[in-house]
Design a protein around this ligand. Structure first.
Ligand SMILES: [Zn+2]
Length: 335
């Protein structure tokens, strides 16, 4: 290895190596950038510009207060020998499937990682996820400063579109089910008034504050198709969507996930029978969750008052992250 190459790799490792703030759930992300026949990347897709996007995505995740983030492990510039992919349409199931077959059968050339979310960027637009196989992949165009990559990661982590199907232009004119209880019905061609009328029978401006918030939860949702109007103002994921993300990260996407979400539920939980790894198998007590979970796992606690069963102060005897699932969590000293 030439000294310059070694130094370049060292610099990359310094810039992108896993950071110390992994004391929570994180998802390893490996970004690959296709180049043209001259070895040039799409404009706006330098390492710094891609890193900047993930700073923004992590700020969105921080807003949801679920103790999770993306860990952008590496950005790999692919060789010009793969330039036939440079202008291929990314929002195409056939192209994405072909890329997945090639990448998983030639993991060195395509820099494919079995334990990371693999994101391939080219010079087209929009994106597609995820395909079968062990790990799948995400194929996006040049989505600089755009929500598309995190939308596709949302699919990888178990989320459907808020409309439950594709776009109105593709024949999806009946609201489908996204499988999440706190998102109301949506269609890609609906306005705020359409969404509000469908669920509440009033125009958006005439709804209560709570109703308008529910409309905005889908109209400004990362998993909606309303980005034709709002681009990066799509910044919302609901608690129900984050529950689904946690269930998926803990199970089928365990290979790209560091640490676990552990649900705690005062009324439905059981410290003996359950391990907290899904919404349907929560711990009952915070003590039980701390005892039964691992270092830096995130306790996702359903709102309520959790009393200390033994008189005395709370003592946390291991490193854990505590978050609220859906409202105020109160720890009290006496039963
Ligand atoms: Zn989508």
């Amino acid at each position: 290895m030439k000294a310059r190459t070694f130094l370049a790799l060292l610099a990359l490792a310094v810039c992108l190596g896993p950071v110390a703030s992994h004391a929570q759930v994180f998802w390893r992300v490996s970004v690959k950038v296709f180049t043209d026949s001259g070895g040039n990347r799409p404009t706006g897709r330098t390492d710094a510009e891609i890193q900047d996007d993930y700073v923004y995505y992590n700020r969105l995740l921080a807003n949801y207060a679920r103790g999770c983030q993306f860990s952008l492990v590496e950005i790999v510039q692919l060789p010009s020998s793969l330039s036939s992919w440079y202008n291929m349409q990314a929002r195409d199931g056939g192209n994405t499937s072909e890329l997945r077959v090639n990448a998983t059968s030639n993991t060195v050339l395509y820099a494919y990682q079995n334990n990371m979310i693999n994101i391939y960027i080219n010079n087209s637009s929009s994106g597609f996820c995820c395909g079968g196989g062990v790990n799948g992949l995400i194929f996006t165009g040049n989505e600089n400063d755009h929500i598309t990559p995190v939308h596709e990661i949302g699919h990888m982590l178990g989320l459907a579109h808020t409309q439950g199907c594709a776009s109105c232009g593709e024949g999806c004119t009946t609201p489908g089910d996204d499988g999440v209880s706190d998102t109301i019905e949506d269609l890609s061609c609906w306005t705020r008034d359409d969404i509000s009328q469908n669920s509440f029978g009033v125009n958006y401006a005439n709804g209560t504050a709570a109703q308008r918030d529910q409309v905005d939860d889908v109209f400004l949702n990362i998993m909606s198709y309303h980005y034709g109007n709002f681009n990066n103002l799509l910044e919302r994921l609901t608690p129900g969507q984050m529950d689904r993300v946690a269930n998926t990260a803990n199970s089928t996407r365990d290979n790209v996930t560091g640490n676990y979400f552990r649900f705690v539920d005062l009324s439905l939980g059981n410290d003996i029978l359950f391990n907290g790894l899904s919404t349907s198998a929560p711990f009952r007590s915070i003590d039980g969750a701390i005892t039964g979970s691992g270092t830096d796992d995130v306790l996702v606690i359903r709102a309520g008052t959790y009393s200390k069963s033994v008189a005395g102060s709370w003592r946390i005897t291991a490193n854990r992250v505590l978050t609220s699932r859906n409202g105020t969590v109160r720890l009290t000293r006496t039963p």
